[in-house]
Design a protein around this ligand. Structure first.
Ligand SMILES: [Zn+2]
Length: 289
């Protein structure tokens, strides 16, 4: 196991952070605005989100770099600023953490589908390599590949992330199929855990997609299929749309009531995805204490 992951997990489950997008919206990010560009234009407000999670008790916080690969940034006419946006994202989180939390940098999907021929493997590899290098160069402590639906894309991202020498967390979204236990492409937790372990990920996980109740069984299945620590970041339930914005109804206490079951199921890292806020993280922290 990577020494940093060993060190973090040796004293029990580690609390990560919650959602960033919804927190940035609460600070003025517009509906059509691309959050990662705020690393350049509104670094103070991005830093406030990071700081709020540290104050809530996150031991690991992420970065506002989820969409900062050149493929997605290209849609914002900002492909050539990819390195800068990623570096600034890490700097903002490191400053907010100020030694009180570890900074793991976020890498999300490109939004293009390999199977449709929208993008080539080489283009994906190059985009993830550029992002991973920029995040590592700015001194991120680990890389988190998250919200992946396509196992092939996730594996390419793991390969690019591993080349930096940093520990790599790889997680996918399991919310499809009749039992809501497969990725959009039909991959099971067992298939994902095996393939991502073989690809060299140090931590394997699941995030986003559905509410926390559905994550207990997925966590058990990931746990049984790999010897790597498990990373779990559920959404705050399923959203309803109100005035064009997603509204989540799970409360922090309801969310945290599942934490003991997740620990029992073998989760080593626990936080939240879409709709979770600093008060959710504080509730998770209390539940673990
Ligand atoms: Zn999410």
């Amino acid at each position: 196991m990577h020494p940093l992951i060993q060190q973090l997990t040796s004293r029990g489950p580690v609390v990560t952070d919650g959602a960033w997008g919804t927190e940035l919206q609460a600070r003025g990010l517009g509906l059509g605005e691309f959050p990662d560009l705020w690393n350049l234009t509104h670094p103070d407000r991005v830093g406030e989100v990071a700081q709020a999670y540290v104050a809530a008790g996150s031991q690991v916080i992420l970065t506002n770099t989820f969409g900062a690969n050149r493929i997605r940034l290209g849609e914002q006419a900002a492909a050539d600023r990819a390195a800068e946006i990623n570096a600034r994202g890490v700097e903002i989180s490191l400053k907010a953490a100020n030694g009180r939390a570890r900074v793991f940098a976020s890498i999300g999907p490109t939004g293009k589908l390999l199977m449709n021929g929208d993008v080539t493997e080489d283009e994906l590899r190059a985009a993830f390599a550029e992002q991973a290098r920029a995040l590592a160069g700015a001194r991120a402590e680990a890389l988190v590949i998250e919200t992946m639906s396509d196992l092939e894309e996730a594996k390419l991202a793991v390969g690019a992330a591993r080349a930096t020498g940093l520990p790599v967390v790889a997680c996918m979204v399991f919310d499809s199929g009749k039992d809501k236990d497969r990725t959009m492409m039909g991959t099971t937790p067992e298939q994902a855990a095996q393939a991502l372990t073989e690809a060299g990920a140090d931590v394997i996980g699941a995030n986003c997609g559905q509410g926390i109740a559905g994550f207990v069984a997925i966590c058990q299945r990931l746990r049984a299929a790999t010897d790597r620590p498990i990373w779990i970041k559920p959404n705050a339930g399923l959203p309803t749309m109100v005035d064009g914005r997603a509204k989540y109804t799970t409360t922090p206490d309801e969310f945290a009531s599942y934490v003991p079951a997740l620990v029992e199921a073998g989760a080593s890292f626990i936080g939240g995805c879409c709709g979770t806020r600093p008060d959710f993280i504080a509730a998770v922290r209390r539940s673990l204490e």
